[in-house]
Design a protein around this ligand. Structure first.
Ligand code: FBP
Length: 331
């Protein structure tokens, strides 16, 4: 009879998000646990949205809602569900005094004026893929407020600039569901284990490869891209790089973060300022890119150095492996 070791008999489940957060918090002697709780609230909302997405085809939350968001985009029912779920989780969590969402024109005051943090978010990114079962995601960015505690938050709390983010990340609802975030010291990824209802550390200290052979861009807009972008796409083809574009920023970024690659959403004739929103799409992913050794540029300088002026402003973005971003914007 073969005797099994304890490890073999009871394979460890791994490090849960909760335990990882607690462990990281202990590295900061003055930590109060509020940011830790906020990260847990985001994870909880992610679990609920994951459940809604998985069963969208079975219950009446698939498809359009017949309403438009502040960007003039047709809202998918799941866009609205995700927005409600995140706002509710952050309100009930108590750490967040205000939220800026892609789905709402103005700041959402949570009533937690004692809260030290504000969150900017894209509750469900990749709307065009929601109904066709292609990976979609949530993107979030966290700031410590600059307005006085116990008073309502102000727009200044959200217009601090990308380098003032104290944490940022995304949740990818794909073949598996993952939460990837950084609080400034390294980037870590957690895979959702449905059977436990827990996010488990699966990608420790993610480093974006300096170079790669994958480029992600909507070539359907090729004719309206700036000349340097057309030239760069040409060099990618000359080198037989792989074109990979699913039309979900989080899905495309995540692949390139792990394998090496570049995601580009340049300015176009239709969107001369770019399509993606600076505060809750570009800043958070630029934060993850830079903290994992990658780069993020608007074609002229680092995305994180852009001084924001409005909530829903857009920006061109070149994001991913450092050498590829440098090559793209230098083309
Ligand atoms: P949403 O947040 O409204 O989904 O928009 C962003 C996005 O869908 C990205 O996820 C994606 O990379 C891009 O727009 C796709 O745009 P296009 O269809 O023009 O290629």
């Amino acid at each position: 009879m073969i005797t099994k070791t304890a490890q073999e008999l009871a394979i460890p489940v791994g490090v849960t998000l909760d335990r990882f957060i607690m462990h990281s918090q202990s590295a900061f002697p003055y930590a109060t646990g509020e940011l830790s709780q906020l990260l847990r609230d985001i994870a909880l909302a992610g679990k609920i949205i994951n459940r809604e997405i998985n069963r969208a085809g079975l219950v009446d939350i698939a498809g359009g809602n017949g309403t438009e968001n502040v960007q003039g985009e047709n809202q998918q029912k799941l866009d609205i569900v995700a927005n409600i779920r995140f706002i509710r989780a952050l309100k009930n969590g108590g750490e967040v005094c205000a939220i800026l969402s892609e789905e709402d024109e103005d700041i959402i005051h949570t009533g937690n004026n004692h809260g030290k943090y504000v969150v900017a978010m894209d509750p469900l990114d990749g709307s065009s893929n929601i109904d066709v079962n292609v990976s979609i995601g949530t993107v979030f960015s966290i700031y410590r407020r600059v307005s006085p505690i116990n008073e309502p938050a102000t727009k200044e709390d959200f217009l601090q600039g990308g380098r003032k983010q104290i944490a940022a990340g995304y949740i990818l609802y794909g073949s598996s569901t993952m939460l990837v975030y950084s609080t400034g010291d390294g980037v870590n990824g957690f895979t959702y284990d449905h059977s436990l209802g827990e996010f488990i550390l699966s990608h420790k200290n993610i480093c974006c490869p300096a170079n790669g052979s994958i480029y992600s861009v909507n070539e359907g807009h090729y004719n309206s891209y700036p000349e340097f972008v057309k030239h760069y796409i040409g060099t990618c083809k000359e080198k037989s790089f792989s074109a990979r574009y699913i039309g979900s920023l989080v899905g495309d970024f995540h692949r390139n973060l792990l394998k090496g690659g570049i995601y580009l959403y340049p300015s176009t004739k239709k969107d001369p300022k770019g399509k993606l929103r600076l505060l809750y799409e570009c800043y958070p992913l630029a934060f993850i890119a830079e903290k994992s050794g990658g780069k993020a540029s608007d074609g002229f300088g680092p995305i994180l150095d852009i001084v924001p002026s409005s909530f829903h402003q857009r920006s061109p973005i070149y994001l991913g492996s450092a050498a590829m971003v440098e090559k793209a914007i230098g083309s």
